[in-house]
Design a protein around this ligand. Structure first.
Ligand SMILES: NC(=O)c1ccc[n+]([C@@H]2O[C@H](COP(=O)([O-])OP(=O)(O)OC[C@H]3O[C@@H](n4cnc5c(N)ncnc54)[C@H](O)[C@@H]3O)[C@@H](O)[C@H]2O)c1
Length: 252
């Protein structure tokens, strides 16, 4: 029996990288998977790849710009119109526009980072939570980052990712009595299109970063953690931030 048979799942930013890995993992577990991304070409190709790899035909791509509230409203309306509710919301979309401290970031950079990395999570939650509350059932998994625990030289990104940890805990407490669990994953260094160029430039990125498990992470490392947190096996876990970083944040 597959873990997510007859379950509706939405993954934001699902066309590539970690999001694609998460879409694939839910597809393998039998879910109906909606995924949304700004990149139509990549979204269409990802749908094709995952359908043929998993044999699951219940995968739908909806083009969405998560920096635009109207687009997010349309996404919510389309999914609720079709499915009525979702069982699992995975807020994954995220951008790290530029390194910099608070004096170096332009207000536009700050605003775009928070729109995509924080507000899109909030808007999706506001859109899907009422049906979850009504059904007294639901699971939300937010993708944060180990940089959300504190990072030097990436103020916009790290503040946005830290806010996701606080959002996760606040929601977990507010909606525990509605039987809605809210958790987060905090990835370390994962090989995706957004990190690939930097990783490729290093002789040994894992060694250079001092990752104890001595390898860079893969999207499926994060997808496995998301599947666990969303599943019945984690039914007594809420408000948790699962760090998936090969041991990097443990210390020397
Ligand atoms: N890769 C890492 O090392 C790492 C580490 C920690 C956390 N994360 C987090 O994991 C998540 C996924 O990261 P990734 O490395 O897979 O990124 P990625 O850049 O490979 O993929 C992000 C996806 O989001 C989409 N996207 C970007 N802006 C969008 C927008 N405005 N609207 C809709 N879609 C948009 C892109 O088209 C892309 O498909 C992000 O939240 C990121 O912050 C990544």
């Amino acid at each position: 029996m597959k873990k997510f048979n007859n379950k509706n799942v939405l993954v934001s930013g699902g066309a590539s990288g970690i999001g694609k890995g998460i879409v694939q993992a839910f597809a393998l577990e039998g879910a109906t998977v909606y995924f949304a991304d700004i990149n139509s070409e990549m979204g269409i190709n990802t749908k094709k790849d995952i359908t043929s790899f998993t044999g699951n035909k219940k995968i739908e791509f909806i083009r969405t710009d998560f920096s635009c509230q109207q687009d997010i409203d349309n996404l919510i309306e389309q999914i609720l119109g079709k499915a009525g509710f979702i069982d699992v919301l995975v807020n994954n979309v995220g951008v790290n526009l530029r390194s910099g401290n608070i004096l170096e970031h332009s207000n536009e950079e700050l605003s775009n980072t928070f729109k995509i990395n924080l507000y899109s999570y909030i808007y999706c939650i506001q859109g899907f939570l009422p049906a979850m509350i009504k059904r007294k059932q639901g699971s939300i998994v937010n993708v944060s980052s180990t940089m959300g625990l504190g990072a030097k030289g990436f103020t916009a990104y790290s503040v946005s990712k830290g806010s996701i940890i606080t959002l996760t805990k606040a929601l977990a407490l507010d909606h525990a009595t509605d039987n809605i669990r809210v958790n987060a994953v905090a990835p370390g260094l994962i090989a995706t299109p957004s990190t690939g160029a930097w990783i490729d430039q290093q002789e040994n990125a894992a060694e250079m970063k001092g990752i104890p498990l001595n390898r860079v992470g893969r999207p499926d490392d994060i997808a496995n953690a998301v599947i666990f947190l969303a599943s019945e096996q984690a039914s007594y876990i809420t408000g948790h931030v699962l760090i998936v970083d090969g041991g990097l944040s443990v210390g020397e």
